[in-house]
Design a protein. Sequence first.
Length: 95
Amino acid sequence: MLESVKKIEIIVSDPEVPSVLKILKKHGIERYTIIHNVSGCGEHGSYGDDLITNSYIMIICPNPEIIEPLSNAIQPLLNKLGGIFIVNDAQWIAH
């Protein structure tokens, strides 16, 4: 049976991944998926094709109450160094 969850997607440069993971852990998030070497094109042009690569972090969040405190904690890092934080409604089948 499908369960409603929130999906959090974060894209940051590879050197910032440890800082993001530290913030996640501080907010009780210990399960996530990381995909390294992602690239794309946004309002500032293409990214991921230079010397510093980017990583995509996906978190399935069954508790939506954590999203606002998490976004508040990660926003200073994104403001300083760049990156993306996205929250989507999703459904999943837990195993």
